[in-house]
Design a protein around this ligand. Structure first.
Ligand SMILES: [Zn+2]
Length: 433
């Protein structure tokens, strides 16, 4: 549904090759500790800047220990950690950010703003060079920052002895270092709402594992319910002049869009999680107002008490966990003049194509004899008949999707399309194998 504006940038690449740093090599370069790096992304429509804000650390690393120097998908930004002495790449990860969405939004024209961002990397044993780069929708560098990191720096904020937010597993597949660790964070739940939060967290877990491929891989996940207490019940709705004191300070009306609920205070969100074992985040908002958002390798946010919660939660986690694109589009031809996906650039997201490099997408999954492009049949809930359907990524023309509908297109779709299922499975395996 139409409440988030995830950007579509770049060229798809899953580069697993013979030089991949394996789990066996993790201990050569990293301690079993987490290094959190807080950044500020700032700028305007034409100029962007990345600045380092602060380092933090704590015991344990819940992130992946394999494919350390590779990316699952390109993302709209990436981080690279190099050993300072040898310049060898020892860790990479990709992400997208709300800041990059904002600079392409009409509210950014003539404005200057800053956005918080946070990345987690395994703690390097030796001094390192860390580079963060943001890309625009033509894959051109918006800004890149390299900073030297010394693990002995006394200014790294240490969370080892800080009191952690109370947390409880609602699903445990294994030890944090062996599985994918998802934290469900309570947002807008007051002290007296915590039982309700635990019910909502268990329900979130059940819903997620009702979908393939999560169901088949459920033993490779940990789901941790994080009981971050809010002073108020509910979340902030600016258009109603409703401002509440909540654990992660989320608010609706992001970029003045009613249904776009986001967290801008990302450093604060990660403070709630400090010291816990987490690598992916679902913020659960205690409200029945419709909305949410999902940003690749940053977080998913959904509203727990709207009737469409199950569909929306799984959709948003599709963005934040697997970097899937929205397969919906706007029916009115001039509803959006912004070109999210330039015609001459293949998007990095696996579930849409501009046909620039269709061979790298689902071309080989389409049954022989299928007419391309493909026309939709009468079944509006068909999420299995693979083809090349025009419309996707907010655009009626020039962007194609794999099936008539999908969890990434419509709330009435019963499942993810086969292309999204395979993309999610690849991300799961990238974390583990
Ligand atoms: Zn799909």
């Amino acid at each position: 549904m139409k409440f988030f504006n995830i950007l579509a940038l770049g060229i798809a690449m899953l580069c697993i090759n013979a030089t991949t740093l394996t789990a066996q090599q993790f201990d050569t370069y990293f301690a079993d500790r987490t290094l959190r790096i807080d950044y500020i992304f700032s700028g305007n429509h034409t100029n962007q800047m990345i600045a380092l804000n602060e380092y933090a650390e704590w015991d344990g690393w819940a992130g992946r220990r394999t494919n350390l120097d590779q990316l699952a998908v390109a993302g709209n930004g990436d981080i690279t950690v190099r050993d300072a002495k040898t310049e060898k790449v020892i860790y990479r990860n990709s992400f997208s950010s709300l800041f990059q969405e904002w600079i392409n939004d009409s509210t950014a024209v003539g404005a200057e703003q800053s956005y918080q961002f946070t990345l987690l990397v395994p703690m390097p044993l030796a001094e390192a060079e860390i580079t963060v780069t943001l890309y625009d929708n033509r894959r051109l560098v918006q800004d890149s920052l390299s900073h030297h990191f010394n693990p002995k720096d006394i200014l790294i904020r240490n969370f080892d002895r800080t009191e952690k937010t109370e947390a409880e597993y609602v699903w445990k597949g294994g030890d944090a270092k062996d599985v994918i660790d998802v934290a469900i964070v309570a947002e807008g739940y007051a002290e007296e709402d915590m039982e309700l939060f635990m019910e909502d967290a268990r329900r979130t877990c059940d819903i997620l594992f009702n979908y393939e491929p999560y169901r088949s891989y459920r033993h490779k996940f940990n789901i941790l319910a994080v009981k971050s207490v809010s002073k108020d019940s509910g979340v902030s709705i600016p258009r109603k002049d409703q401002w509440l004191s909540t654990a992660t300070s989320s608010a609706f009306d992001t970029f003045y869009s009613d249904r776009y609920l986001t967290v801008k205070n990302l450093h604060g969100l990660h403070d709630r999680l400090a010291g816990l074992d987490y690598e992916h985040i679902i913020v659960l908002a205690n409200t029945d107002t419709y909305g949410g958002g999902g940003i690749y390798n940053s977080y998913a946010l959904t509203t727990a008490h709207h009737p469409l919660f199950p569909q929306v939660m799984v959709h948003e986690f599709g963005h934040s966990f697997a970097g899937l694109a929205d397969e919906y589009f706007y029916d009115t031809p001039d509803a959006f003049t912004t070109e999210f996906y330039p015609a001459d650039i293949e998007p990095w997201e696996k579930n849409i194509t501009t046909l620039v490099d269709f061979g790298s997408k689902w071309e080989d999954m389409i049954p022989e004899g299928t007419p391309l492009p493909t026309t939709e049949g009468a079944n509006r809930n068909d999420c299995t008949t693979l083809g090349l359907y025009e419309g996707g990524g907010y655009q009626t023309k020039g962007v194609y999707r794999p099936t008539p509908t999908c969890r990434m297109r419509d709330n009435s779709s019963p499942a993810f399309c086969p292309v999204c299922q395979s993309a999610i499975e690849e991300v799961i395996r990238f974390h583990l194998e």
